[in-house]
Design a binder for this molecule. Structure first.
Ligand code: PEP
Ligand code: MN
Length: 367
């Protein structure tokens, strides 16, 4: 994973951000080619996507045209010059896609969740240097996402990228797959050289949220966008609600504000430095305050032990949560933020006091 080739080296002519567009599924040769022709008029689009084999949650839905769609992708490349990419979910797909000259492969969310399938794909890829993009697994498991990338990296693939497509959730939300931004951000922190591409289509699930998600991805500093595009989205054979037309895509890209990792302006650097040193100072103070708070937690622990009182009092816990949330709200801090911070702070206090109680009983095993 430390030999990842930067995106600019394997897509030398691509603009930033990288835009991958095309239908959820290849349906007919005509649909594939007409979408590609429209997209090729847009200089912001670099790569054409189309699902050839479609993983569907329930059977009896359209499961993709299969290998008959591969020559359509070759035609796209020959006619428009766009690079092509499709999803591969097993060894057979991978062999067929490579044979058909597909330029970039991607591994879908359901496949990333299955190490057997990823390994079988990685085994086929040994000895090639085809670029591979790995979608996050359906479940919010960062190790599983990293594991899939490592299997490909161990097979010698250096042109790697990650695709953030959101995570499935049991809760009913506005999203098809809630983005849980902290997950891709954590991956970006761990592997700063790994290109991160956002797939707003599968996060949003409906077309009116795509612009918002795309802008957020760029604001975070992601390297590209993969957006499902169809000439007549409402008639699409899969994911109709989230697909947009090539014309709307062009409009949307024009509206997006593109940010950079840094700015050339020296006054920007200077202001940033000053603000960051204030943050550093505040963080130090926060740690000192947490330390001071912990000393008091210890004193309370001694008092509870002496009086044979439990570490947790639910009423006190609720009282702390309510009062801190109210206080934060008055200062414009989100209740969820304050609750998360105090949950962590309180959890550590409970742990400290139960550890003290265990030691008092002469037990030293961790629980
Ligand atoms: C897709 O890109 O069409 C797709 C099936 O995506 P995911 O694997 O993210 O569900
Ligand atoms: Mn789709």
């Amino acid at each position: 994973m430390d030999q990842i080739v930067p995106l600019a080296d394997w897509l030398p002519h691509s603009k930033t951000p990288l835009v991958i567009a095309g239908p959820c599924s290849a349906e007919t040769e005509e649909q594939v080619l007409s979408t590609a022709r429209e997209l090729a008029k847009n200089p912001d689009v670099n790569v054409f996507r189309a699902g050839i084999w479609k993983p569907r949650t329930r059977p009896n839905n359209f499961e993709g045209v299969g290998m008959q769609g591969l020559p359509w992708l070759r035609k796209v490349k020959e006619e428009t010059g766009l690079l092509t990419t499709c999803e591969v979910a097993n060894a057979k797909h991978t062999e067929l896609a490579i044979l058909a000259g597909v330029d970039i492969l991607w591994i879908g969310a359901r496949t990333t969740a299955n190490p057997f399938s990823v390994q079988e794909i990685a085994d086929v890829l040994k000895g090639t240097d085809i670029p591979v993009m790995v979608k996050n697994p359906v479940n919010a498991d960062l190790a599983l996402w990293i594991g899939a990338l490592e299997r490909l990296s161990n097979a010698g693939i250096k042109k790697l990228a990650a695709i953030h497509r959101g995570f499935s959730s049991a809760e009913k939300t506005n999203w098809r797959n809630p983005p849980m931004w902290r997950m891709p951000i954590e991956l970006m922190r761990k592997y700063p050289n790994l290109p991160m591409i956002c797939d707003p289509s599968h996060i949003a699930g409906k077309r009116d949220l795509i612009y918002r998600v795309s802008q957020k991805a760029l604001d975070i500093g992601m390297d590209g966008l993969m957006i499902e595009t169809h000439p007549t989205p409402d008639q699409a054979w899969s994911d109709a609600e989230q697909q947009i037309t090539p014309a709307y895509l062009a409009e949307m890209i024009n509206e997006l504000e593109i940010r950079h990792q840094s700015a050339d302006d020296p006054s920007y650097e200077q202001s940033l430095e000053q603000l960051r040193s204030r943050i550093d100072q505040i963080d130090q103070e926060l740690i000192d305050v947490l330390h001071h708070r912990m000393q008091i937690v210890h004193a309370i622990g001694d008092l509870k032990i002496a009086n044979n009182v439990t570490a947790v009092q639910i009423s006190r816990m609720n009282d702390i949560m309510d009062r801190r949330t109210d206080h934060g709200k008055k200062l414009g801090l989100r209740p969820e933020y304050i609750q998360e911070v105090w949950r962590t702070i309180h959890e550590e206090s409970v742990k400290t006091q139960t550890d003290m109680m265990r030691a008092h009983h002469g037990l030293d095993d961790q629980v």
